[in-house]
Design a protein around this ligand. Structure first.
Ligand code: ZN
Length: 283
């Protein structure tokens, strides 16, 4: 199953993609939210869909983030060796965790707004996990049954806010529009091997990131288990698993960052693509 949400920002309706066609399922499901992911609504939806008769949605329609605003958006930092090296950071012995404000979440193709006074807005293509069943102290072996699906994410980061303003990384990670999610959530059965997916990102058509989830230091099952030792993961929570090399901060000889007019495109094998136009902040 591939889950989408479509329509005007804040008023998105749930839909599905079947054989590359978008369908409205808002008569079957109120939204892809905590209660949807908590129960067996996904299975029920699958059954209902198999009966057919769904209304098609035009592909000119805006896609929103493919789930309602989650309780948590948790990020894993420095989870690819090549990215840790390019930032000059030591390889983490345990996953580095940080939060990103859920108000940063937008649709996959919405504009990126450079925050007020931003000089170092950077990109990070990432595989994100959507939690299904509530997870507290789960083992790595139990982790798969707590995962509802996977989604493409761009973990936009303002490096000056993140690294030069004191305190936690959260300042540089949480600006509005800094978390485009989508185009869709793929349920695990859609993905043959979650740990062997190509992920890439281009800026103005130039490929800057080109990695594979095979190179994750801590894999998705380990991460779900690990985080669940510190906090309860609720249905619909999103965990983003880190980015491979090729971010602006790591560019040689000099780092470079996004400016108004740039176009960022990204994708993960099996999880679709997204594109963001970079705009300046306006009052
Ligand atoms: Zn990241």
């Amino acid at each position: 199953m591939k889950l989408i949400r479509f329509g005007t920002a804040g008023q998105e309706k749930p839909g599905v993609i079947i054989n590359d066609v978008w369908y409205d399922v808002s008569h079957l499901v109120s939204d892809y939210n905590e209660s949807f992911f908590a129960g067996d609504a996904l299975e029920t939806l699958k059954e209902e869909i198999s009966k057919g008769g769904l209304e098609e949605v035009s592909k000119d329609t805006r896609l929103g983030p493919p789930l309602a605003r989650p309780g948590k958006l948790i990020c894993v930092g420095l989870n690819y060796k090549d990215h840790a090296y390019e930032t000059g950071a030591p390889l983490p012995a345990e996953p580095i965790l940080f939060f990103k404000a859920t108000s940063a979440i937008v649709g996959p193709n919405d504009d990126l707004i450079l925050p007020k006074n931003s000089t170092k807005t950077d990109w990070e293509v990432e595989l994100a996990i959507v939690i299904g069943k509530k997870a507290s102290y789960v083992s790595e072996e139990q982790a798969p049954e707590h995962i509802a699906g996977y989604v493409l994410h761009n973990d936009y980061s303002e490096r000056a806010f993140q690294l030069e303003r004191g305190g936690q990384w959260v300042k540089g990670k949480s600006c509005d529009t800094f978390a485009p999610l989508g185009p869709f959530i793929a349920t695990p059965d859609e993905i043959e091997d979650i740990h062997n997916l190509n992920l890439w990102l281009t800026v103005n058509g130039k490929k800057v990131q080109d990695g594979s989830t095979a190179n994750l230091i801590f894999n998705v099952y380990f991460i779900v288990s690990y985080i669940s030792q510190f906090m309860t993961l609720l249905p619909g929570d999103v965990i983003t698993t880190g980015t491979p090399a090729g971010v602006g901060l790591g560019m040689k000889p000099e780092p470079w960052y996004l400016k108004e007019g740039d176009v960022v495109a990204l994708g993960i094998e099996g999880l679709g693509t997204s594109k963001q136009h970079v705009k300046a902040y306006k009052q």
